[in-house]
Design a protein around this ligand. Structure first.
Ligand code: FAS
Ligand code: PHB
Length: 388
């Protein structure tokens, strides 16, 4: 087999890159370890930055999002002293789109089917070869048979646990990591959302987030110790706890119901540099992980795709400037989002080793946000997404 761009991983990064490149006349093959059903079963991100909305339109996948998605012009932060709103529209004239990653992936698959893109599911033993040559190739197993895919470029869109990052020699890679001493227990339920916009709650019992997917599908999270297991939490226990942490007026009226998905996700900040080695590019979670507090994970994956898509179109026309600039361009935006996600996580969670001084500084940070329009503007500009 031969193609121009081999894409490892059929999550949002891989599917969006495949869609954009094929529309630009560049051939791709996507190699995905799991089944389409498994990819579509994942419940992950919920908030799309304006840049992500723009890229989905550019990929020809924006129609259902505009029909079923919900533009949000602000969000709430709450503490035991009450809640205040961060107004995106007033601060920076922008908005975010509340539309689940699951739906984005559905739309990408439909678009890929419509153009007859090549996506091979349930492949195994993926290995990358000759990355520092002009003729890289990929080997893998499909239906029990060993296969080889020759290509010009390889996009590693295979997430944090994929094979791509580890295919860059350890001596070349520099990794940066912060692991947080807590996780998020998330629940999805067919209930009316607790409020019209997202509520991020800083509470002595721990962080909580009230989010949504649509007006009959709510998404909630609470901070839990890393030792907790999802089976430790009945639906009843979850609802009782999140009601303790959300503002009283919201907690008193919110609708509860059976969970249709419940899981615990650990929180980490992680970056690997460089994001390119020879003919291999790292994209999305393969290169970086952010705590979901700032709603940046999926959106960072999309900005990586944007830079790589532009670079590969230029390369097809004979210019290598985009290829040479990819890692530096992507990492500049990655580190900006890394800082913001770390900052949001730091001001909203209770850290087990938090001193009384730390607690007072955290409260002061929230007061600055509450009382200073310029602080809220800075938060708004980062939340809606820095320009690509
Ligand atoms: P993905 O991990 O989505 O996709 C990688 C794909 O590669 C997968 O389909 C995998 O099966 C495949 N793969 C792996 N190894 C392979 C191999 N060797 N060969 C072939 N294929 C291989 N982000 C937010 O913005 N907000 C959130 O609330 C949020 N919540 C999250 C909750 C959880 C539990 C997790 C894990 C992540 C969450 N994220 C969130 C981040 C998430 O949305 C990612 O940023 C997003 O999925 C990144 O997309 P990809 O880079 O495509 O990686
Ligand atoms: C979600 O709805 O899943 C969500 C929203 C905002 C976040 C994290 C998760 O910061």
């Amino acid at each position: 087999m031969r193609t121009q761009v081999a894409i490892i991983g059929g999550g949002p990064s891989g599917l969006l890159l495949s869609q954009l490149l094929n529309r630009a006349g560049i051939a791709t093959v996507v190699l995905e370890r799991t089944s389409r059903e498994h990819v579509l079963s994942r419940i992950r991100a919920g908030v799309l930055e304006e840049g992500t909305v723009r890229m989905l339109h550019e990929a020809g996948c924006g129609e259902r999002m505009m029909r079923e998605g919900h533009p949000h012009h602000g969000c709430y932060l709450s503490t035991t002293e009450g809640r205040f709103r961060v107004d995106f529209a007033q601060s920076c004239g922008k908005e975010v789109m509340v539309y689940g990653q699951t739906e984005v992936t559905h739309d990408l698959y439909d678009a890929q089917d419509a153009i007859g893109a090549t996506i091979l599911h349930e492949v195994s033993d993926v290995a990358l070869h000759d990355l520092d040559s002009d003729h890289p190739h990929v080997t893998f197993t499909k239906d029990g048979r060993a296969q080889r895919l020759d290509c010009d470029w390889i996009a590693g869109c295979d997430g944090f646990h994929g094979v791509s990052r580890k295919s860059i020699p350890q001596s070349v890679r520099q990794e940066f990591e912060r692991v947080y001493p807590f996780g998020w227990l998330g629940i999805l339920s067919h209930t009316k959302p607790a409020a019209d916009e997202l509520i991020y709650a800083n509470h002595p019992l721990g962080f909580a987030l009230a989010s949504m997917r649509n007006d009959r599908l709510s998404r909630y999270y609470i901070q839990v110790p890393l030792t907790d297991k999802v089976e430790d939490w009945s639906d009843e226990a979850f609802w009782t706890e999140i009601r303790r942490r959300l503002p009283a007026d919201v907690a008193g009226t919110m609708e509860t119901g059976p969970s249709i998905e419940k899981s615990i996700a650990p929180l980490r900040s992680f970056v690997t540099e460089p994001m390119r080695w020879g003919r291999l590019f790292l994209v999305g979670d393969a290169a970086h992980i952010v705590p979901p507090t700032g709603a940046k994970g999926l959106n960072l994956a999309v900005s990586d795709v944007h830079y790589l898509y532009e670079a590969l179109v230029e390369a097809a026309a004979g210019s290598m400037s985009g290829v040479e600039a990819y890692s530096g361009r992507a990492l500049t935006r990655v580190w900006g989002a890394m800082r913001f996600s770390w900052w949001m996580t730091s001001i909203l969670h209770r850290f087990p080793d938090q001193s009384a001084f730390d607690q007072k500084v955290q409260e002061a940070e929230l007061h600055v946000l509450r009382d200073m329009p310029s602080a809220r503007e800075t938060m708004a500009r980062n939340y809606v997404g820095q320009p690509f």
